[in-house]
Design a protein around this ligand. Structure first.
Ligand SMILES: Nc1ncnc2c1ncn2[C@@H]1O[C@H](COP(=O)(O)OP(=O)(O)OP(=O)(O)O)[C@@H](O)[C@H]1O
Ligand SMILES: [Mg+2]
Length: 313
């Protein structure tokens, strides 16, 4: 795709080192207006650390992050005005209702008078919180709190939204509602960076994703592009009438078979997807009496697991 506009979010060789941990290691990517970018990685990958740097709550050890062209290091005030950050926790608030909560954040962004009222009302409408205006925050469900937190993130009408695991803990309906809201935000021209552990959770709404592990960006692109770069494997199951031990030895001697298990007359293993027909032919030609053969392609989630390999730090 040819882009004519400058990116709204730009990470430029970003590093963040804590005492022993290189939490973010030379990460660079861009997110454009109207785009939803999924930031995917296992626990400890460095998602929150890089998002907090974007939100000016922490500083890079090296490199920079730009929002609408402004550096989080050089120009944090300008960054804050343009960016809304939804953290992955919701603090405790006693004796505060939904409207008061939003009013507090609107004031914190310097909104006053009619402008503040309009901002609060439009956020409550967007997040379907109108009916809950006077409900105490302590009594909100997880899904309601997430909507309120998103509302607070949008109160100053930022052009960039950074959402840290907004779908965590939501039921399926609430997830769908959240997805619709995120799609609407992108339609409004905002750049949305959204994190998750789970690729499938974001696959449908993200224009592009970046896969992060141990602070390093392992892949960036559309889900289709990333999947294409991975040799997808399938789970295969073969039942033979007899000779299962000989089948085990025959399979174990091949280098295209992994994770081989044999139980009773059934062998299960993984094999490169789309090569199953040739494998079945070879098994039959080797003289085995195959009575059952099944192959199931691994899911998108497996693609992610394949890319990340489960390294932790
Ligand atoms: N303030 C800190 N001091 C020391 N180490 C930290 C600090 N914050 C984060 N880390 C370390 O940096 C690494 C990345 O953590 P981070 O919270 O960014 O990961 P994450 O991708 O958000 O993980 P999760 O999915 O669990 O939220 C981890 O190893 C973590 O222990
Ligand atoms: Mg995190």
């Amino acid at each position: 795709m040819i882009r004519t506009t400058a990116p709204q979010i730009e990470l430029c060789h970003l590093h963040r080192v804590f005492d022993q941990t290189h939490a973010v290691h030379d990460v660079s990517f861009e997110v454009y207006a109207g785009e939803v970018f999924g930031y995917i990685g296992p626990n400890g990958a460095g998602k929150t650390t890089s998002m907090r740097i974007l939100a000016t709550l922490d500083e890079p050890t090296a490199g920079d992050a730009l929002v609408d062209g402004f550096s989080v290091v050089e120009d944090p005030d300008r960054v804050r005005r343009r960016l809304g950050f939804m953290p992955d926790y919701f603090g405790t608030y006693h004796n505060v209702d939904v409207r008061e909560y939003l009013d507090f954040f609107a004031r914190a962004y310097g909104l006053a008078g009619r402008e503040r009222t309009t901002a609060i009302e439009s956020v409550m409408e967007f997040t379907h919180l109108d009916d809950l205006a006077h409900k105490p925050i302590d009594s909100l469900s997880k899904g309601m709190k997430q909507r309120l937190c998103l509302g607070r993130t949008m109160i100053h009408d930022p052009s960039v939204l950074v959402l840290d695991e907004p779908a965590a803990g939501l039921d399926p309906r609430a997830r769908i509602e959240l997805r619709e809201m995120i799609a609407r935000l992108a339609d409004m021209g905002k750049a949305v960076l959204i994190s998750s552990h789970i690729l499938t959770e974001l696959a449908e709404i993200c224009d592009r994703v970046g896969i992060l592990e141990q602070g390093r960006l392992l892949a960036v692109g559309s889900v289709a592009e990333i999947s294409a770069g991975v040799t997808i494997r399938s789970n295969v199951r073969v039942r033979v009438l007899q000779d299962v031990e000989r089948l085990r030895q025959w399979l174990a001697a091949r280098d295209d078979i992994d994770e081989l298990h044999v139980e009773e007359n059934v062998a299960t293993f993984t094999h490169q997807a789309d090569r199953e027909a040739a494998l079945l032919r070879a098994i039959v030609e080797a003289g085995f009496e195959v009575v059952e053969f099944g192959a199931k392609h691994k899911s998108l989630e497996d693609v992610f697991l394949h890319v990340t390999e489960g390294r932790v730090q």
